[in-house]
Design a protein around this ligand. Sequence first.
Ligand code: SAH
Length: 472
Amino acid sequence: MARLTAFPAFHKVSGRTVLIVGSGAAAAAKARLLGETDARLRIVAEAPGDELLGDAARLGAEVLHARFDVAHLDDVALAFAATEDETEDRRIADAARLARVPVNVVDRPELCDFTTPALVNRAPLAVAIGTDGAAPVLARHVRARVEAMLSPELGRLTSLAESLRGAVADMIPHGEARRRFWAKLFDGPVAARALSGDVAGARAEAVRMMSAEPDVAGFVWLVGAGPGATDLLTLRAQRVLQEADVIVHDALVPPDLIAMGRRDAHRISVGKRKGRHEVTQGEIGEILVREAKAGRRVVRLKGGDPMVFGRVGEEMAALSAAGVPHEIVPGVTAAFAAAASAKAPLTLRGLSSSLVFATGHDLDGRTLPDWAGLALGGATVAVYMGRTVAGAVAERLVEAGLSLDTPVAAVENASRADETIFAGTLRDLPALADRGDVTGPVLILIGRALAEAEQVDAAPIVPETARRTSAA
Ligand code: SAH
């Protein structure tokens, strides 16, 4: 994860003095920004312009017609240098630093102890947006979108919540029940009323909710996380992730997706990777049952779609046997992500009218897999877990009668930043297993429909070097 160079925090200024030095538009802009708070504003300006004087009068700020002097820093919580004169701004910044007052110098990030975010104000709720100085215009752009997302009345709901805090603390035990009460409050009829301006109605509804039976039953969602790209997560998956107290995830699910849950959610890795089963399927079932029985809301996050080679059947059976209510949230399975990446249709009128989800994993022995016949009949085959057994997959299909020239696409890390697309034919496929440079999850697509793929960015399955060697 990329790291920030500044830590976002909210600085208390209520009833305290904030100093702004400068006479022009930059100082006026800072005055308006600080005017969103109830800080006392002290403006030091040698020759205050009309804009600044107008804003100062409207905001009830004190204006001192003077050149900056260290005495102006007395009792100051934060200082802003906005004289638009480099030497003067630097002098102010140095003085503030000596006086241990955090200082911001307009347009001089190197002189700043802190920077000011783009602000969405729904007091007492606030959203501060920063880009670490990288792109202030982008911050404003994001602010416009956040402004549009948040009802102007959100402040009322926030204030209502604040006024209920004491009563909630007395009536609802700390922990799960309380968190769930708040989640319901912000998402149900209370929120609807407060946001439509009916604060009294919202309060009455909240009081009714407080005295109702607390809802502490555990629950498990078996959630498809999709192939890896965060924006291929479904909205439902995103919502339940926000509700989960516990997230139980596989090794195949990228950290970005796991991070999308609540920050305080407990995360349990049951990392299963090829050849390294750290937690058995039985143990996973036990973990899910144990957490749900403790009254927690559990998300079991699985790569792709949980119902496709996800061994979800065993987990559902464990939950049912223990009487734990559960639901499935579908996800984008790897075959679909791979087809999208390779721009390859999976069915094609007149050429291929069925699709097989197959695994290369259990190709032991000499028997033809049951799907080989379907491939011969024209089905497109999506092979999961097929990389290391690519040779056996190709061999069985050719044995079944498929042409060596049948088109193949293989996508490694489909939908992720490090995705690679390979294209070739059944003749090339065995080479995939020998490639030391292919180490991520690979989905193999085989069938005539793939001839229609727009494989613009595809690399050959057989690397150029190997091709030359075998030709020699
Ligand atoms: N339930 C998952 C599949 C789990 S089996 C789903 O619906 O996608 C694991 C196999 O899925 C891997 O061996 C690989 O074949 C495939 N796979 C999962 N994610 C993938 C990705 N991002 N790119 C390519 N293949 C992937």
